[in-house]
Design a protein around this ligand. Structure first.
Ligand code: F6P
Length: 295
C-alpha cells in the first residue's frame, strides 16, 4: 500500500449547499494527519487541465457557512471517456498526488469507481440536492434545498390563497422524485407528480378540482422535473377544464441549489468530510462515505 502524503480534493457535478463544509473538514483532517492537501478547481475538468492550488488550514477558513463550492465545479465530458480517466490518473501521478477525495453526485461517484479501478486511492462524498445517490440516506445539500423549497411554497400559498389560484411548482431532482415528494408533504400539496409513480394529467387535474369543490382557497401542485407530465400541459388542462382556480407556474430553478447550508447539511458535510480523509488514510479506496440510519 502506498503511503499517502498528498491528497487532492475536488467538487464535481451540480453544486450543493454544504460542499464547502465538506472541503473544509476533509482538508483539515488530512492536514491534522500530516498530509499535504491540493485543491483541484472545477472538478474533473480541472484535474485534467492542472487547475491545482495548495490548501492550508487558513485557505478553508470562513467557508463552513457558504453555499456553492469555493473550488468551483464542472461536468466534464472528457472525463466520462476512458481516455479522460486514464489521463486523470496520469495527472495525479505527475503532480505526486497520492489519493483523491471527490465530493459530488452520482456521476461523480461513477468517477470514483473508474479511478479506483485504475489503482488511484479515492473516496467519494455524496453531495447533490437530488438525493439520488445509492447507499446514503441523505446527500449533502438536500436539507438546505428542501428548506428553500419549503420557504418558497409557504410564500406562494399566501398569494395563491389571496387570488384563489393553483400554483404549479417544479422541483429539481433530475430523475428522482425525492425533493418533490418531501416538498409536497411539508407544503401541503394537493398532488405531487414524480417519475417513480406516475399520475396522468387527468388524475392530477381531478385532485385540484376536488380541492376547489371542498372549499379550498388555493391549490399547490408539485411536479418533479423528471415527471412525464409536463407542467405547462397540466396548467393548460386545468384552464381547459375550468377547475375553479386560475393557474400560475412560478419558476424556482437554480435557487434550489444555492444558499447557506442548513445546520443539518453543515454537520453532515463535516462528518462525511472527516470520514472521507480518515477512510483514505485507513487504506480504503473505491468507496463512498455515507449516512446510514437516522442521525
Ligand atoms: O443534479 C443537480 C441538478 O440541480 C438537478 O436537479 C438538475 O436536473 C441539474 O442539476 C441541472 O443541471 P444544470 O445546473 O447543469 O442545469
Amino acid at each position: 500500500m502506498t503511503t499517502i502524503k498528498k491528497i487532492g480534493v475536488l467538487t464535481s457535478g451540480g453544486d450543493a449547499p454544504g460542499m464547502n463544509s465538506a472541503i473544509r473538514a476533509a482538508t483539515r483532517t488530512a492536514l491534522y494527519h500530516g498530509c499535504e492537501v491540493v485543491g483541484i478547481h472545477e472538478g474533473f475538468h480541472g484535474l485534467l487541465n492542472g487547475f491545482f492550488s495548495t490548501l492550508e488550514a487558513r485557505e478553508v477558513g470562513g467557508i463552513i457557512q457558504r453555499g456553492g463550492t469555493v473550488l468551483g465545479t464542472a461536468r466534464s465530458q472528457e472525463f466520462r471517456e476512458e481516455s479522460g480517466q486514464a489521463r486523470a490518473a496520469e495527472q495525479l501521478a505527475a503532480h505526486h498526488i497520492d489519493a483523491l477525495i471527490v465530493i459530488g453526485g452520482d456521476g461523480s461517484m461513477r468517477g470514483v469507481q473508474a479511478l479506483a479501478q485504475r489503482g488511484v486511492p479515492v473516496v467519494g462524498v455524496p453531495a447533490s440536492i437530488d438525493n439520488d445517490i445509492w447507499g446514503t440516506n441523505m446527500s449533502i445539500g438536500v436539507d438546505t434545498a428542501l428548506n428553500t423549497i419549503r420557504s418558497a411554497i409557504d410564500k406562494l400559498r399566501d398569494t395563491a390563497s389571496s387570488h384563489r389560484r393553483a400554483f404549479l411548482i417544479e422541483t429539481m431532482g433530475r430523475n428522482c422524485g425525492y425533493l418533490a415528494v418531501m416538498a409536497g408533504v411539508i407544503g401541503g400539496a394537493e398532488v405531487v407528480l414524480i417519475p417513480e409513480a406516475e399520475l396522468t394529467i387527468e388524475e392530477a387535474a381531478q385532485a385540484v378540482e376536488k380541492a376547489h369543490r371542498l372549499g379550498k382557497t388555493h391549490s399547490i401542485v408539485v411536479v418533479a422535473e423528471g415527471a412525464s407530465v409536463k407542467i405547462q400541459d397540466l396548467a393548460r388542462r386545468l384552464e381547459e377544464l375550468d377547475v375553479g382556480f386560475a393557474t400560475r407556474i412560478p419558476i424556482l430553478g437554480h435557487v434550489q441549489r444555492g444558499g447557506r447550508p442548513s445546520p443539518f447539511d453543515r454537520l453532515l458535510a463535516t462528518r462525511l468530510g472527516v470520514k472521507a480523509a480518515e477512510a483514505l488514510l485507513g487504506g480504503h479506496s473505491g468507496v463512498m462515505v455515507a449516512l446510514r440510519g437516522r442521525a
